[in-house]
Each structure stands twice: as structure tokens, then as C-alpha cells.
Design a protein around this ligand. Structure first.
Ligand SMILES: *Cc1c(COP(=O)(O)O)cnc(C)c1O
Length: 360
């Protein structure tokens, strides 16, 4: 099987093996050692010297945790939404009583720093800017440092909270250098690990926001998480097997080298776009901002996307995902453990399935 959905992603054999190790207690030296071993590689993938908290949650849980720890009900936030995941991030903030101003951008385009600055110019003090680093629904990567810089030209104190779920570990993320205050990712995307963990990188300044926040919270308490992390533990029972898998995934990533991994993602993504275009697909993403981790495309005229996905799965064992327009778009993910051969195999399945559906 060739799993090409944007998470969970395929697992390398060493990760599968790590996850099937006998269980260990989460208040033992073995566990504390495991927690310490993942810290340095996690700092490297986030581009930070600060704390990276490990939460037992999916990516959405990590995003909710960032909102509930840094913000308070009644705060203002500006959300740059370029697709479904950006909208979800705004929805989460709204669910907790944050006043969210959504900036919408055309499908397939990246968020425009000028528009973000304009929205902040005639606004009351805005506590946070909510950004999606890589919009997984449209396959578009935002220019996070440009967006943060543009926002801070107008409102210098604004906190930047970034959804890096489908970007971190597959493309450069320099949380410290770019001035991100919270960056969230999840174990099951580019980290080559199973679902179960959300990772949250926090700036020094984020802790000021956390001190000020009076949002109710219990399970997602960053102060508790940091306190326990200092002794190599977590406040509650963590997903131990997922963490063992994450350690193995991070080992592979460090052996390959981050730059090499980023280049592999760019290369496979280019192959996906060129290959799909050759078969008659049109790209959803503006080429200048096309994502290295997921490609969304409009199916050729006369082909039903649903039928295409079913044919690819049933006849070729290639599992892809629908896109933002269910019967007209598909997405091929290429994040984490993915090679050129995987992508060539997926493209062959797309081509054969298009032919089959046309009765050729
Ligand atoms: C996958 C993803 C999420 C989180 O999804 P979960 O299913 O909660 O892990 C959030 N944002 C983006 C951009 C994603 O790709």
C-alpha cells in the first residue's frame, strides 16, 4: 500500500519496531531518558532554543492548547485564513471567546503581508496573529517571517501563533529567528511517527502571555507541562508508544540531515506537480507558493475525483485524499517518509486510473 494522505503518514520500519517495544512506566528513568533524548532534535526541527512541550493529543489539541494558554476570553486576534485548516484555527479561538477577525484570501494563494498589516492598522490592540505555515487543504505555504514582520510593523507587541502541523520537519521553520511565539506540530505528519503527540515550541515571550492569560484550562496547562518536563516527565499519562516512535523518527531525520530532508521534500513535490500536470491536472496552488508537503490538484475534465480516488485505492493500493472541492479535486501528500519511487508509483496509479475511468 502507498499511503499518500496528508496524515497519518507511512512509518519507517525502525519506527514500527520502536513502537512495539514493551511498555515502560512514565515515572521511570527509562521514560525520563526518552523525554530528554527527543528534546534536542525537536529544538532543531522547530528552530528554537526554547521549550518544546510534548502533549498527548492530535495537532488540533496542540492548537487548542496554544489558544487556551496564551489568550484570554475577550482578546482580539487576527487570523489569516487561506483554507480549511486556517478556518479551523480561527474556529478554535472563537470557541474560547476570542474575538477573531478573519482575513480571507483566494483559494490557492498565500496570505498577503500587506493585507495583514492593513487589517491591523485600523484595529484595536490585537493580542495575536494566527497563521497557518502550510495550508494542507490547498497545498500552499505561507511566508511566515514576512507575515509576522508586516504585522509587527503596525502592532509591535502582537503574539504570533503558528500552525506548523504540515510543515515542521519538512521545510525550514526558524521559530526563534522569525519571532514565532508558539508553533504547533503533530507526530503523524512530517516527523515519521504515529498519531498521538502534539509538540509545541514556545518563545521566552510566550511565557509572559501565559502568565497574563486567565482562560480556564486543566489538561492543557503549559505551566504544569513545563514544570514536569524539567524533570523529564509529563503531568498525566502520555502516549508512551507514540513517543518511542517519535524518538526513532527523529533519529532517522537527524541521520539524513534537515537540509537533505527539506531538499527531498522539494524534489518529490516538484515531481508530483509536474507528473500531475502531464496527466492533465491543474494545480490548486499558485506555483510560487506551492507546498513541499502536499499537492492539491483539479482533476481533468470529465473525471470524477471520488471515482478516481476509489480506483487508485482499489486497483493500485494508492490512498490519496479528496481536496477542497470534493468531486473535482484530489490531494497527494508527500511528507515524512516519502521517496521519489513512492511518488512515481502514485503518479502511475493516477494516470492508469484516469485512463480506466475514461474507458481507454
Ligand atoms: C493535520 C493538520 C492539523 C491537525 O490535524 P489533527 O487531525 O488534529 O492532527 C492541523 N493543521 C494542519 C495544517 C494540518 O495539516
Amino acid at each position: 500500500m502507498n499511503l499518500r494522505v496528508p496524515g497519518p503518514t507511512p512509518l519507517p520500519p525502525s519506527v514500527v519496531e520502536a513502537m512495539t517495544q514493551p511498555m515502560i512506566g512514565h515515572r521511570t528513568d527509562d521514560f525520563r531518558h526518552l523525554m530528554r533524548e527527543v528534546q534536542e532534535p525537536l529544538r532543531a526541527v522547530f528552530g528554537t532554543r526554547g521549550d518544546v512541550l510534548i502533549l498527548t493529543a492530535s495537532g488540533t489539541g496542540g492548537l487548542e492548547a496554544a489558544i487556551t494558554n496564551l489568550l484570554s476570553p475577550g482578546d482580539w486576534a487576527v487570523a489569516a485564513c487561506i483554507g480549511a485548516f486556517g478556518e479551523r484555527f480561527a474556529d478554535i479561538a472563537e470557541a474560547f471567546g476570542v474575538n477573531v477577525r478573519r482575513l480571507e484570501f483566494p483559494v490557492g494563494e498565500a496570505a498577503d503581508p500587506v493585507k495583514v498589516a492593513d487589517a491591523l492598522r485600523d484595529a484595536p490592540p490585537v493580542k495575536a496573529l494566527l497563521l497557518t505555515h502550510n495550508e494542507t487543504m490547498t497545498g500552499v505555504t505561507n511566508d511566515v517571517p514576512a507575515l509576522i514582520a508586516a504585522a509587527r510593523e503596525v502592532q509591535p507587541d502582537i503574539y504570533a501563533i503558528v500552525d506548523g502541523v504540515s510543515s515542521v520537519a519538512a521545510m525550514p521553520m526558524l521559530a526563534d529567528a522569525w519571532g514565532c511565539d508558539a508553533v504547533v506540530t503533530a507526530s503523524q505528519k512530517a516527523l515519521m511517527a504515529p498519531p498521538g503527540l502534539a509538540l509545541v515550541a514556545l518563545s521566552e515571550r510566550a511565557w509572559t502571555a501565559i502568565e497574563e492569560s486567565h482562560m480556564p484550562r486543566f489538561y492543557w496547562d503549559f505551566k504544569q507541562a513545563r514544570k514536569l518536563a524539567q524533570i523529564g516527565e509529563t503531568p498525566f499519562t502520555p502516549a508512551v508508544s507514540a513517543l518511542q516512535g517519535l524518538r526513532a523518527g527523529l533519529r532517522l531525520l537527524m541521520e539524513e540531515g534537515l537540509e537533505a530532508a527539506f531538499e527531498r521534500h522539494r524534489h518529490v513535490a516538484r515531481l508530483a506537480r509536474d507528473g500531475l500536470r502531464d496527466i492533465g491536472f491543474a494545480m490548486v496552488a499558485d506555483e510560487r507558493h506551492a507546498s513541499p508537503t502536499v499537492t492539491a490538484a483539479w482533476v481533468p475534465e470529465g473525471v470524477d475525483a471520488d471515482a478516481l480516488l476509489r480506483c487508485m485505492a482499489e486497483q493500485h493500493g494508492v490512498i490519496a485524499a479528496p481536496g477542497h472541492v470534493k468531486d473535482k479535486t484530489i490531494r497527494l501528500a508527500h511528507m515524512g517518509w516519502v521517496s521519489e519511487a513512492d511518488m512515481r508509483d502514485a503518479l502511475e496509479a493516477v494516470e492508469a486510473s484516469v485512463r480506466y475511468l475514461r474507458g481507454e
